[in-house]
Write a protein that binds this ligand. Structure first.
Ligand SMILES: NC(=O)C1=CN([C@@H]2O[C@H](COP(=O)(O)OP(=O)(O)OC[C@H]3O[C@@H](n4cnc5c(N)ncnc54)[C@H](O)[C@@H]3O)[C@@H](O)[C@H]2O)C=CC1
Ligand SMILES: CC(C)CCC[C@@H](C)[C@H]1CC[C@H]2[C@@H]3[C@H](O)CC4=CC(=O)CC[C@]4(C)[C@H]3CC[C@]12C
Length: 369
């Protein structure tokens, strides 16, 4: 990937480039990667905002495609220097079948790897997830751990299972010979819960709060810490990894990095209130209003309803046994591995991340739809 100082010459491909994270990666690359000549944005569904990016100095190529179709992926990868693979099905609510989750997240990732090998593309950055580690089915806390903290990673849900399998494939592919005889260099980034402009679940909570007269009701103890990271910083980490992978291949190849920044350690609901509060919502209760056993019962009822209604309608509420367990289990990271390995420092402070998210929620600013 020898880059010439004068003329930009690199071709990047971002899969899932129209998603929540993908859009931020695409915009960040255009802002922060001066060596970029062409940016290929590959997604199942192309977004209208791509059009406005096509007028800039970098050639932006929109590719409507499906990662489960090996030939479509190979065509998109052909001639690319770097692939940032963010495409995936994110579903912990039962909206998508386990088969589709597997096909997109695991088979799709395998297709991306094979395309790199076939086409001679050497650098692959994969968006993994904290869920590859946990929380596990035993609900054991992971308190400010790092990439080396021992933890029993046991998954039953299709989403974390698929992310764990995909990450393994990516890491095992590091060092494979690609067309032309050079080697593939891969690494995986593991964001915790991402927030920021475009975060659909945050917007759902906002709308629900408005419907409930400006109130939300505490469901999870305030003492449970849940890891969160700003989307702009996650995108920045992807851009930096992609940039540094060639020079630091021996150090970074085959590695995993948690995505982190200065976002505070809080419970899922208290963290959301950092944004929803300034938008006029109030979290009622210093302790969960409903006893835990009742919440567990409600989640079981939701599961039953989902199953009963399946032939007629898709019933997929936010609350189910898995999401309740996620929200109720401490999982936070504290690490500086990305800083040590490739000089990462968050681009956005907590104050800026918070302000940008609030403005977006209020509909005043922000690019994400
Ligand atoms: N949202 C979060 O809190 C976290 C997300 N992640 C990971 O980050 C990545 C991006 O997630 P989000 O942006 O939140 O999700 P998203 O759903 O907003 O974006 C995913 C994108 O992938 C595209 N896509 C889905 N199936 C595809 C297919 N078969 N072929 C081509 N494109 C396809 C979608 O159209 C979408 O634009 C995923 O890999 C996810 O597992 C990791 C940790 C946390
Ligand atoms: C009041 C209820 C009990 C609150 C339910 C909140 C849940 C919808 C969310 C709690 C934790 C979230 C997940 C977590 O941030 C980690 C994730 C990582 C990913 O890779 C994808 C998204 C997610 C699974 C995220 C999804 C929403 C929660 C389950």
């Amino acid at each position: 990937m020898a880059a010439c100082a004068e003329a930009p010459e690199l071709v990047y491909l971002v899969t899932g480039g129209c998603g929540f994270l993908g859009e931020h990666v695409v915009r960040m690359l255009l802002e922060q990667e001066p060596r970029l000549r062409e940016l290929r944005v590959f997604d199942l569904r192309l977004s209208p905002w791509l059009e406005e990016l096509k007028t800039g100095p970098v050639q932006v190529t929109a590719i409507q495609g499906d990662v489960t179709q090996a030939h479509e992926v190979a065509a998109a990868v052909s001639g690319a220097h770097v692939v940032i693979h963010t495409a995936g099905v994110v579903d912990v609510f039962g909206r998508v079948s386990p088969e589709t989750i597997y096909k997109v997240n695991v088979q799709g990732t395998q297709n991306v790897i094979e395309a790199c090998v076939q086409m001679g593309t050497r650098f692959l950055v994969h968006t993994s997830s904290m869920e590859v580690v946990g929380p596990n089915i035993k609900g054991q806390p992971f308190h400010r751990g790092d990439e080396d903290t021992p933890y029993e990673a046991v998954h039953k849900h299709p989403y974390p299972q698929s992310k764990a399998q995909a990450e393994r494939l990516v890491l095992e592919a590091n060092g494979r010979e690609v067309r032309g005889g050079l080697t593939l260099v891969t690494c995986a980034l593991r964001p915790t819960g991402i927030y920021g402009e475009g975060h659909q679940i945050m917007r759902d909570f906002y709308r629900q709060g408005l419907r409930l007269g400006g109130r939300l009701f505490r469901a999870v103890p305030a003492s449970v810490e849940h890891g969160r990271v700003y989307v702009g910083n996650v995108a920045w980490m992807h851009v930096l990894v992609a940039r540094e992978l060639e020079q630091r291949a021996a150090l970074m190849g085959g590695q995993v990095y948690f995505c982190y920044d200065q976002s505070p350690y809080k419970s899922y609901e208290d963290f959301n209130m950092e944004f929803l509060g300034p938008c006029g919502l109030r979290l009622v209760g210093t302790r969960p209003l409903l006893p835990h056993w009742l919440l567990v019962l409600l989640t079981a009822l939701n599961t039953l309803l989902q199953w009963l209604l399946r032939p007629l309608v898709l019933y997929a509420p936010l609350l189910n046994p898995y999401t309740l367990a996620m929200a109720n289990t401490t999982f936070t990271v504290s690490t500086n591995k990305a800083q040590r390995h490739f000089g990462y420092k968050p681009l956005f402070s907590w104050e800026v991340s918070r302000a940008r998210t609030i403005l977006w929620l209020q509909g005043k600013e922000g690019s994400a739809q």
